[in-house]
Ligand binder design. Structure first.
Ligand code: HDE
Length: 755
């Protein structure tokens, strides 16, 4: 009797029997008619709430109805309340029997406060646990409209976005600048529903089949006995796995190269890795790969710099992203596609497009720009947004479909599955950050953390009681219809295609595409990581794998490890390099770069002021570094705030360094009290300035000084004629010289390069 459907139907039947045809109709139906016998074929309004049901209202987390105003936020009103909205008089003392007495069980506020606190954490992501994110907007150029009908890729369409960057191995509290792959996941809130591009900063993956993912991650995560090392692959289990499972070598050589230590999230490329199938308005299909190209260029840290950063500022990348956005220097990426004919073989120039350990060189299939992503707003709340955002490789919109890449197939399962644990149930799409900006009518009901108050009585199809709603959408109504791609008749097997067996040609192509400096860094990466391994067999097996990539690489790594290089097993093929894979040799914008201005009270403050504004006006960030915090020229009308002291400042924060100071009478520039204390001599440069200079020099950063401050270089034993050092009397020329150098990111010739 209490079944609402029957109560509606029986009331209507009663009224019809009594001859009362005026009231209680199913909306959309003429008064007096009983529910349609047939399933309706036209959309109609679903049942409205019955008179005994309040219309569902949207309320803020504190109970106020949502009205679209700025007040629609979680916290409301001037007074502290309980979660039930009761105003509280005290939240600092438990309720006790006298000030020294026992705490009373009846303290319901204490109980609620601790209960909530005890449950504040959710499981971190099993991979990609540490991340930072930003809101943005994607503007489509329309250049992809011929290959995909996706609404957000049509000309001029603007789509709100949310992008989360991440490291892969480390836990949520680990450091940013570890050597690792980076995640680059973007949620597009399109008019046709959410599209997620869940990408990495490396175009290939470690494995070809999703069934190997748990093996890979178990090998890469810290050792299960002592849980070390944190957030890095420099340990035996990782190298044990990748040397036995050599399809991983392509991804591994990328991580050992400079790509494994990005300078900033803002200077990273992104790659969708898999091949996707696009479909246009005429139903024609094209295979495609997605790439993100940063407007600032692709830049990396130097390994020593990355290691120092992990201690000095473990939030280096997170801070850099947030600071740039706060300063209005919005990071931008072009979304590009590489397209390939959708042939039955699904290969392009001999490259198997279903193998996620292979890339297609841009020289063979150019990256065609299709739109611009601008990140322009920092999250308001880390947990609500960055932590609770739920990406899924299967969040697709009409016009973008999957291929049979076996790695992708596993991802299509895994991303939903993982949210059940992480976000506590199936209703995570209702969390504000995950809500689509398109209307939802999903017939999914109930479950943990259900916050929607659904109306209607018929969340099933077919139905007549909710007016047949919701209706299916075919292609003309913008429905998602899978491409009817043919599936070849075959036998069930646990096998990979033959082409998947080539594990070394593309790592060799990557190696041969690097400039000598980048090769040197890659050798160092291998030597460091393998040098941290204890098992001789693991090192030797890895050297054998490196011998299959390049003999010189293998020899140099063996030398670094103090081991004999294995005899080359075969002549290695001539593989044409892909120049697009090198990060060296171009000129890039300097937007958002950090320039340290080291000065003390002896400096001409007008020169410091000039430098500060010149850096600002060039869309860069000036940091004034002085012996102590406070102000330079505190007694003048226009004092200069010091951002870093010699105690808090360290070179790794800076992209370039300029010294401005006059020598003390009879002494050197920066001859501080500490300098004397450290060296015992009167005329010595502060050792922390020396440290800044030598580090920045080793990390190949542009260095500049007014002629008056050059003695600091002598003291640090840096030749003032070395490449990338600008000494000038004229502060304007000095600034121009340093910024010119900054455009190439590093003073590449300062690195030793033998390879
Ligand atoms: Fe992921 N991956 N992945 N992955 N992945 C996750 O999803 C998984 C792969 C990537 O900022 C998890 O919500 C499997 C390739 C990014 O929230 C999980 C396989 C690429 C992020 C998962 C892969 C990625 C994830 C963990 C092999 C580049 C972070 C938490 C079959 C194209 C997204 C979560 C964010 C996160 C599974 C391989 C990118 C467990 C099974 C290839 C950027 O679902």
């Amino acid at each position: 009797e209490s079944n609402p459907i029957w109560s509606v139907v029986s009331r209507i039947v009663d009224r019809v029997r009594e001859g009362d045809e005026s009231t209680e109709t199913i909306p959309g139906q003429p008064a007096g008619q009983s529910p349609a016998l047939e399933e309706p074929t036209e959309p109609r309004d679903p049942l409205h709430p019955k008179p005994d049901q309040a219309a569902p209202e949207l309320r803020t987390a504190t109970g106020r109805p949502v009205d679209g105003s700025a007040q629609d936020r979680a916290q409301d009103g001037a007074h502290l309340t309980s979660a039930q909205g009761v105003r509280l008089s005290d939240s600092d003392h438990s309720l006790k029997a006298g000030p020294r007495g026992p705490v009373l069980l009846q303290d319901h506020h204490l109980r609620e406060k601790l209960m909530h606190f005890d449950h504040e954490r959710i499981p971190e992501r099993v991979v990609h646990a540490r991340g930072a994110a930003a809101h943005g907007v994607f503007v489509s150029y329309g250049t992809a409209a011929n290959v995909t009908k996706a609404a957000f890729l049509q000309e001029g369409v603007e789509t709100p976005t949310f992008t989360r960057f991440s490291t892969v191995i480390g836990s949520r509290g680990s450091a940013d600048t570890v050597r690792d792959t980076r995640g680059f996941a973007t949620k597009f809130y399109t008019s046709e529903g959410v599209y997620d591009l869940v990408a990495n900063n490396i175009p290939v993956f470690f494995i070809q089949d999703a069934i190997k993912f748990p093996d890979l991650v178990h090998a890469a995560k810290p050792h299960p006995d002592r849980e070390i090392p944190q957030a890095q692959s420099a340990h035996d289990t990782f190298w044990d796995f990748v040397s036995l499972h050599t399809e991983a070598m392509h991804h591994t050589i990328w991580v050992m190269s400079d790509r494994g230590i990005p300078r900033s999230y803002r200077t990273m490329e992104g790659f969708g890795v898999h091949t996707w199938r696009l479909v246009n308005a005429h139903g024609e299909t094209t295979l495609a790969k997605f790439l993100w190209k940063p407007k600032l260029g692709v830049h990396s840290l130097v390994w020593e710099e990355a290691q120092i950063c992990n201690g000095v500022d473990p939030d280096f990348h997170r801070r850099d992203l947030a600071d740039a956005i706060e300063a209005g220097i919005y990071p931008e990426w072009e979304l590009c596609i590489q397209t390939f004919p959708d042939t039955p073989e699904q290969t392009f120039e001999g490259i198997d497009l279903l193998d996620p350990t292979k890339l297609v060189p841009e020289e063979l299939a150019p990256a065609q720009p299709v739109g611009l992503l601008t990140l322009n707003r920092n999250p308001t709340n880390y947990f609500a947004e960055t932590e609770q955002v739920a990406f899924h490789a299967g969040h697709l919109v009409p016009g973008i479909d999957v291929t049979d890449d076996p790695l992708l197939a596993g991802r299509l399962f895994s991303y939903l599955d993982t949210q059940l644990l992480r976000l506590g149930g199936p209703n995570f799409a209702q969390l504000p950050i995950n809500r689509p900006h398109a209307p939802i009518n999903d017939m999914l009901r109930d479950g943990m953390h259900q916050t929607a108050v659904h109306t209607g009585v018929a969340p099933y199809k077919p139905n007549s009681l909710d007016g047949g709603c919701p209706f299916f959408a075919g292609v003309p109504e913008g429905g998602y219809v899978e491409v009817p791609a043919p599936v070849a008749a075959a036998q069930k097997v646990r096998e990979a295609p033959e082409s998947f067996a080539d594990h070394f040609t593309q790592p060799r192509m990557f190696w041969l595409s690097l400039s000598p400096v980048e090769r040197e860094h890659t050798i160092d990466g291998f030597v460091f990581e393998l040098g941290k391994c204890y098992e001789q067999a693991v090192k030797e097996r890895t050297l054998r794998a490196l011998a299959e990539i390049d003999h010189y690489l293998c020899e140099r790594v063996a030398e670094g490890l103090g081991l004999p290089a294995p005899e080359p097993a075969r002549e290695l093929p001539d593989v044409p390099p892909s120049p697009a894979l090198s990060q060296v040799g171009s000129i890039w914008p300097v937007k958002g770069r950090v320039v340290g201005i080291v000065a003390d009270d002896s400096a001409d403050l007008d020169e410091v002021r000039f430098l500060r504004s010149a850096v600002f006006n060039g869309d860069m960030v000036p940091l004034i570094i002085a012996p102590t915090g406070g102000e330079l020229g505190a007694d003048t009308d226009d004092p200069l705030t010091v951002q870093r002291s010699f105690v808090t400042g360290r070179s790794v924060e800076l992209d370039a360094l300029i010294l401005v100071s006059a020598p003390t009478p009879g002494g050197d520039a920066f001859a501080t009290r500490d300098a004397k204390a450290w060296s015992g001599a009167d005329a010595s440069v502060d050792p922390r300035v020396e440290l800044m200079l030598t580090e920045a020099y080793r990390h190949a950063k542009p260095l500049g000084a007014l002629t008056a401050a050059r003695s600091a270089f002598d003291s640090a034993r840096i030749p003032t004629r070395a490449p990338g050092v600008v000494i000038d009397d004229d502060v304007e020329a000095l600034f121009r010289g340093v910024v010119d150098l900054l455009h190439q990111h590093r003073i590449w010739e300062r690195f030793p390069a033998h390879a």
